[in-house]
Design a protein around this ligand. Sequence first.
Ligand SMILES: NC(=O)C1=CN([C@@H]2O[C@H](COP(=O)(O)OP(=O)(O)OC[C@H]3O[C@@H](n4cnc5c(N)ncnc54)[C@H](O)[C@@H]3O)[C@@H](O)[C@H]2O)C=CC1
Ligand SMILES: CC(C)c1ccc(C(=O)O)c(O)c1O
Length: 255
Amino acid sequence: MQLKDKVIVITGAAQGLGRAMAEMLAARGARLALLDLERSQATLSEAVSACQGLSSSLVRSYACDVANEEQVCTTFARIAEEFGQIDGLINNAGIVRDGLTLKYKDGELSKMSLAQWQSVLDVNLTGLFLCTREAAAQMVLRKTGGVIVNISSISRAGNAGQANYTAAKAAVAADTVTWAKEFARYGIRVGAIAPGFIETEMVASMKPEALQRMAEGIPLKRLGQPQEIAHAACFILENDYFTGRVVEVDGGLRL
Ligand SMILES: NC(=O)C1=CN([C@@H]2O[C@H](COP(=O)(O)OP(=O)(O)OC[C@H]3O[C@@H](n4cnc5c(N)ncnc54)[C@H](O)[C@@H]3O)[C@@H](O)[C@H]2O)C=CC1
Ligand SMILES: CC(C)c1ccc(C(=O)O)c(O)c1O
């Protein structure tokens, strides 16, 4: 897919990987619909301005909680109406609520709460399902075809302290295959990226000692940059023979 003038929706676009992908796509001439939570609209406006500084193509922001079915349906219908079509979707919005499933220390047993489990599944998996369904529906109805890029994680292979996140990101990788098979007949490709540790606000909230230990274990000896993930997203969007696969961009962490 040539990116110039294509309409690409990015969820969780206010900061981090979402914003980096928005800026790279703007620089390549794509038209952008940038989504984030109501409470992140001020930051999202800054992302819109940054994109507008890189391109004369249309860039608009939308307040949308990807885990809210009504908001997702309304927002994707609005985007299709306002832009005339949807050519691409990057399912990037995600949260972490890390913790051990069980912790036993000094005679005290603590547990991951159902709310802690459910909140991560709601955003990282159900949200991604809702956005995929609504974007694909517009692509099918308008007979445009398109591309969907899901953000998984190397955590999908299992990571202590992330039972909720791991479950969601593994399901994202599995459903990337499911949807690649289901949607190929409509000219829709679906791919995924599994980033390793990338330098964003989410990772900055980790303990510095833990981050340092982690970086030392990465063969390339550094965290990834958001632009390196944006580059992978552009590859999936642009390469017309790519579907149903997960691109791992992790500095060799899982070798
Ligand atoms: N930073 C990293 O090292 C890695 C990140 N990832 C994944 O990449 C994606 C982006 O991560 P970062 O940019 O690091 O995170 P971030 O926390 O910096 O940005 C996430 C964005 O998603 C938005 N968001 C959260 N819940 C939302 C919801 N319900 N509806 C709409 N927007 C919502 C937030 O407001 C925020 O703007 C996530 O899916 C994350 O799981 C995967 C592997 C590694
Ligand atoms: C273990 C993986 C690389 C990981 C680690 C931390 C975060 C985060 O803090 O956001 C992730 O999203 C991950 O996927």
